[in-house]
Design a protein around this ligand. Structure first.
Ligand SMILES: Cc1cc2nc3c(=O)[nH]c(=O)nc-3n(C[C@H](O)[C@H](O)[C@H](O)COP(=O)(O)OP(=O)(O)OC[C@H]3O[C@@H](n4cnc5c(N)ncnc54)[C@H](O)[C@@H]3O)c2cc1C
Length: 337
């Protein structure tokens, strides 16, 4: 048995838990990834570590995806197809799009993490999801080490979910994503979110650009969300629960102020942050773990190095919400063991 690397994982996860692992290696390209997977097929994959909770010392080797490259692979009059390496930082890619005046991802500005993880939970913010622009996901199959292309329509992309969290979980590693982005004069601006409209209201006289939208989103996010480098967190810890209309109709009689957003004809989505807040838990803290004082959906780490303490706190929150509203809230974060 080799020597363990104590607490090495602290700098590879944004909620800053400090478990150990046997080895940690940075992956620079597809051939490198293939070789490492051949030697260590059970490796745990980490991108930017902004959507993981490690709850114990890891027995498996860890691979940090860091391949780079952004390439326009096709285009027509109105759009381009861009292939992005999984190791590119998502927001740096958004900035590249703004610089090249390519539209489609501006509402997703400032989401932490790397591009390879983006399809895994179908990242979304301010009325846009990556499914709106995703065309292909390129992967290496862990078992055969073959490279293959998965079309976006076969990725089962839905709210914070995809095939990569189910059938293909731990079966493939994403090496690249391919997005279809609009060229100048063909952008479709997504301005339906009230907060974006409010931010842009001062620009009334001017034609709104994708750069304006990105600036507005960055400003909103910087005022609303705690920066993990100041207060470690993984963003929204829980998903917004989706419930049947008939259950909502009963709940709203007892809780007339409960907000809801239609999902389809039969179901509505309830903001998990509202449920946590109204259960009296905003700002609630046990030891070194707590709910953020102004963002009830965000669990913050005030100093623990033990991911299990965070998991236990999250389970307490789940129980309290279930006790108060009879609604189960599930973690959005990926729990690594
Ligand atoms: C402050 C903050 C705000 C956030 N806001 C949003 C938001 O608005 N919307 C949103 O959707 N999310 C948000 N998130 C969550 C997070 O940023 C995204 O889910 C992001 O896509 C995670 O990327 P990552 O590289 O950090 O993934 P990681 O945390 O490293 O990994 C996440 C999961 O994907 C797997 N994985 C990572 N890379 C690969 C790969 N190449 N191949 C196969 N599996 C892989 C990992 O094993 C793990 O299971 C936020 C997080 C924070 C901290």
């Amino acid at each position: 048995m080799g020597k363990r690397l104590p607490s090495i994982l602290t700098s590879y996860n944004t909620i800053r838990v400090g478990h150990s692992c046997r080895s940690i290696q940075i992956v620079h390209n597809t051939a490198d990834l293939s070789a490492k997977l051949k030697d260590q097929p059970e490796s745990i994959i980490i991108g930017g570590g902004s959507n993981i909770l490690i709850i114990n010392d890891l027995e498996q080797p860890v691979l940090i995806i860091n391949n780079k490259g952004i390439e326009i692979i096709d285009e027509d009059e109105t759009s381009v197809l861009v292939q992005i390496a999984a190791g590119e930082i998502w927001h740096e890619f958004v900035l590249w799009c703004l610089e090249h005046n390519l539209g489609g991802v501006e509402n997703l500005s400032l989401i932490p993490g790397k591009c390879g993880a983006a399809p895994i939970q179908n990242i979304g913010a301010y009325g846009v999801e990556i499914s709106d622009v995703l065309r292909e996901v390129r992967v290496i199959d862990r078992a055969s080490l073959e490279q293959r292309v998965i079309k976006a329509e076969d990725c089962a992309l839905e709210y914070r979910n995809s095939i990569f969290k189910h059938e293909l979980k731990n079966k493939v590693v994403i090496t690249h994503i391919v997005l279809k982005l609009s060229k100048p004069d063909h952008h479709k601006l997504r301005l339906s979110y009230g907060a974006i409209q409010q931010e842009l209201s001062s620009l009334e006289s001017k034609e709104i650009t994708i750069q304006d939208i990105s600036r507005a989103v960055v400003k909103i996010r910087q005022t609303k969300l705690p920066d993990p480098s100041d207060l470690p967190n993984v963003g929204s810890f829980f998903k917004n629960p989706i419930i049947e209309n008939c259950i909502y109709d009963k709940l709203v009689v007892r809780h007339p102020d409960m907000p809801s957003y239609p999902v389809d004809e039969k179901r509505v989505k309830i903001p998990a942050g509202w449920l946590i807040d109204k259960s009296g838990l905003k700002g609630y803290r046990i030891g070194d773990v707590g709910i953020h004082v102004s963002q009830a959906l965000v669990i913050v780490n005030h100093g623990t190095t033990d991911g299990l303490e965070i998991l236990r706190f999250s389970q307490f929150i789940q129980r309290e919400v279930e006790r108060t509203y009879g609604i189960h809230i599930s973690p959005e974060v990926n729990i690594l063991t």
